[in-house]
Design a binder for this molecule. Structure first.
Ligand SMILES: Cc1cc2nc3c(=O)[nH]c(=O)nc-3n(C[C@H](O)[C@H](O)[C@H](O)COP(=O)(O)OP(=O)(O)OC[C@H]3O[C@@H](n4cnc5c(N)ncnc54)[C@H](O)[C@@H]3O)c2cc1C
Length: 487
């Protein structure tokens, strides 16, 4: 029987869940506090420039394709996807490494840096591909209810990979520190240090070198627009500027929500807002996790972000650029072990207009700079400015050009904005990290243990941070709702 379902928030996981729930015949309404849908993937436009505020790396194109296929559609029905070549460039203090769009090119680059390294690289990526097939086709499609979900004939033979770290595995095969950093980079998307991430997650290396880096023409927000239009075609109602302040319960059952002061009744409530915030919408006895629980968890970093309009084209850069020209371990320590502002941060610079002319006016460049930092740090204008100076000076040095005088405007976004805009716990950017003790059934649950028709989705639950996992999270929670509420 069709249910009236309320969804709080409109990030990727919420939009994904909405589509599946509506396809299953339910009446679905999304309530988003901000003026636009998309959550952390919103976009802003200024003076002819377009900036994606959050995600910029389009990895795992197969997962996006499978999502749209589930509705008889294809990615191409909604946006144009281009494979980037080169995929990205990494700047070190004395060299750069360029990652091409094919294993042959990547092997050649590895050989240039460390003769003989292409052979272990091929073996490493082949193992990573096997892990990808197991992870994406089997493990991540499980709802994280029981440890037995992880026990399959494929995972049993790989159990050691859950106890060894990606860092130790990479170091066993490669000696050159630049190649080590290159191979440790992909797991940073999971939100934890490589020496705290199980080596099974090498499947991220296959996503990187095997599947490549893609760009939706017009930016990542094109995915949001595609999902919104799909949801609307399935009759999902989307209400923006709709702040949910309460999940109403009676006798361990959610009866509705309070939106902009008005009480609305529903059969099922699903929250795609940050899990911690979602639980604060409940009376205390209905919450599953205490403040002490959240405080003990390893959160993915927050970020200091800058969106800069330049009045000229940049030289010596690619679409995606990583500045690994300072000490990786020191920065990681400042994020995870002893949270503080890093002295000499690594940073990431994205110039979508380098390959997509729709992102900036002709002859100009749209620049996005990201410094990962610990969640919950003090955030002031002075600190933001000090860090912009640090990275823009390093950017000029490493790319061998002057750019400061070419800045038309600069906007920033940091911890306080993550809290204010998304109700994010401690201003985290990418949710809760995927460490060994925060994987699968050890993550906060999709289904409330206390309120029987209340569900959660998104980057703090299963399977974890990132856009592809958010699409999967929405599908998993919709399947659970179907299982428990179909009559
Ligand atoms: C700077 C940055 C860079 C990133 N880079 C990448 C990348 O390159 N590639 C990648 O794959 N992933 C990347 N990610 C991660 C990815 O963007 C996220 O994992 C994903 O978008 C999270 O989606 P979500 O559905 O969990 O939640 P969100 O996107 O956080 O959506 C939650 C929504 O709930 C709304 N909400 C909160 N409280 C309420 C309330 N009380 N009432 C109503 N609405 C509410 C919020 O406004 C928000 O719209 C990045 C993230 C950030 C922040």
């Amino acid at each position: 029987m069709s249910k009236n379902i309320a969804i709080i928030g409109s990030g990727f996981s919420a939009l994904s869940a909405a589509c599946y729930l509506a396809k299953n015949g339910n009446n679905v309404s999304i309530f988003e506090k901000n003026k636009n849908v998309g959550g952390r993937a919103s976009q802003f436009h200024k003076d002819g420039f377009t900036f994606d505020i959050g995600p910029s790396w389009y990895w795992m194109p197969d997962i996006f394709e499978k999502f749209f296929n589930d509705f008889g559609k294809s990615v191409n029905d909604f946006y144009q996807l281009d494979k980037l070549n080169p995929a990205y460039k990494i700047f070190f203090s004395d060299d750069t490494i360029t990652i091409g769009d094919h294993m042959d090119k990547i092997c050649k680059e590895f050989e240039r840096v460390e003769p003989g390294s292409s052979k272990p690289l091929k073996a490493f990526i082949s193992e990573a591909q096997t892990n990808y097939d197991i992870a994406i086709n089997k493990v991540v499609l499980k709802p994280g209810i029981s440890p037995f979900e992880l026990v399959t004939k494929d995972t049993v033979t790989r159990v050691d990979q859950f106890f060894k770290t990606i860092s130790s595995q990479v170091r066993k095969k490669f000696k050159n520190p630049k190649l080590i950093s290159t191979l440790e980079f992909p797991v940073l998307f999971l939100g934890a240090k490589p020496n705290n991430t199980p080596s099974f997650y090498s499947f991220m290396n296959f996503a990187d070198f095997g599947l490549g880096t893609w760009h939706p023409k017009g930016g990542m927000y094109e995915i949001v627009k595609g999902m919104k239009s799909l949801a609307e075609s399935l009759n999902v109602k989307i209400e923006t500027n709709s702040n949910v302040t309460k999940i109403i319960t009676k006798n361990k059952k959610a009866t509705g929500i309070t939106v902009n002061g008005e009480t609305l009744n529903f059969d099922v409530v699903l929250s795609g807002a940050d899990y911690h915030h979602s639980e604060t919408l409940l009376d205390k006895p209905d919450r599953q996790y205490s403040e002490a629980f959240w405080a003990k968890k390893t959160f993915a970093p927050s970020s200091l972000l800058f969106y800069v309009g330049f009045d000229k084209k940049m030289k010596n850069i690619n679409h995606h650029n990583l500045f690994f020209d300072t000490n990786f371990e020191a920065h990681a320590e400042d994020i995870y072990d002893n949270p503080k502002w890093p002295e000499e941060p690594l940073f990431y610079a994205n110039f979508p207009s380098a390959t997509d002319e729709s992102m900036a006016p002709k002859g100009k460049e749209a620049g996005f700079f990201l410094i990962p930092i610990a969640p919950g740090l003090e955030d002031t204008n002075e600190l933001r400015e000090r860090y912009f100076e640090k990275i823009i000076n390093r950017f000029e040095l490493r790319t061998n050009q002057k750019v400061k005088n070419s800045i038309i405007f600069k906007e920033s976004f940091c911890v306080n904005d993550f809290i204010e805009k998304y109700n994010s716990y401690k201003g985290n950017a990418y949710g809760m990290a995927n460490t060994l003790l925060q994987t699968a059934f050890l993550r906060p649950k999709l289904k409330s243990k206390k309120v029987n028709n209340l569900y959660f989705t998104g980057q703090l639950t299963v399977p974890g941070p990132g856009v592809p996992p958010a699409l999967i999270s929405g599908k998993l929670v919709a399947e659970l709702i179907k299982k428990y509420h179909s009559n």
